[in-house]
Design a protein around this ligand. Structure first.
Ligand code: AMP
Length: 174
C-alpha cells in the first residue's frame, strides 16, 4: 500500500513556499491509517515502556501505536496546557521560541520512551522533546515519524543526538 499517495500536499500553507503535508487524508482512509500504525509499530525499539506523542498530530499516531504495542501513552503538550507539576523546554523557531511541557512525574527515571510525531522537518521540535524526556529522567529509545522531510536533516540531527529514527514516507524539499 502506497501511504505517500494518501497524504495530501497543500502548497503555500501556512505561508508561501511551504508544502504542507496533510495527514488528515491518510487518517480518513481506514486501511491507510491501519497500515501506518502497523508499519511504525513494527519498527518500535526493543523493550520500550511508554510511547510519547507530541501535540497535536503526534497524539493521533502515538495513541494508536501505544494501544497496538500495549504500552502507556505520554503526552507532550504545548505551554500551559497540563494541570499538574511540569517540566518544560524552550526551543527556537524560525521567528521566536516555543515551549513544550510534560508532567514531571509522567515517567519513572530509567523508563524507555519511544517518541512519535507525524512529521520531522528540521528536527527542532523532536530534539526539544528528546531533551524534555531526558530531563524528566526517561531514556529516549528512539523516535518514529510517518513523514520525513529528508532534505531538512531532522532525522540526521536526532541520530547525532543518539536517537535512532524510524520513518515511513520521505518527501523532498520543504
Ligand atoms: P521541525 O521541528 O522543523 O522538525 O517541524 C516538525 C513539526 O512541524 C511537526 O510537528 C510537524 O507537524 C510540523 N511541520 C513542519 N513542516 C511541516 C510540513 N511541511 N507539513 C506539515 N507539518 C509540518
Amino acid at each position: 500500500m502506497d501511504l505517500a499517495a494518501l497524504i495530501r500536499t497543500i502548497p503555500d500553507f501556512p505561508k508561501p513556499g511551504i508544502q504542507f503535508r496533510d495527514v488528515t487524508t491518510l487518517l480518513l482512509d481506514p486501511h491507510g491509517f491501519g497500515q501506518t500504525v502497523a508499519r511504525l509499530s513494527a519498527q518500535a525499539p526493543a523493550g520500550i515502556d511508554l510511547v510519547a506523542g507530541i501535540e497535536a498530530r503526534g497524539f493521533v499516531f502515538a495513541s494508536a501505536i501505544a494501544r497496538e504495542l500495549g504500552r502507556g501513552l505520554l503526552l507532550i503538550r504545548k505551554d500551559g496546557k497540563l494541570p499538574g507539576a511540569t517540566v518544560g523546554v524552550d526551543y527556537a523557531l524560525e521567528y521566536g521560541t516555543d515551549r513544550i511541557e510534560m508532567h514531571a512525574d509522567a515517567c519513572v527515571p530509567g523508563q524507555r520512551v519511544w517518541l512519535i510525531d507525524d512529521l520531522i522537518a528540521t528536527g527542532g521540535t523532536a530534539s526539544a522533546a528528546v531533551r524534555l524526556i531526558r530531563e524528566a529522567g526517561g531514556v529516549v529509545a528512539g523516535a518514529g515519524f510517518v513523514i520525513d522531510l529528508s532534505d531538512l536533516g531532522g532525522a540526521a540531527r536526532l541520530l547525532n543526538d543518539g536517537v535512532p529514527v524510524a520513518t515511513l514516507v520521505a518527501f523532498a524539499g520543504y
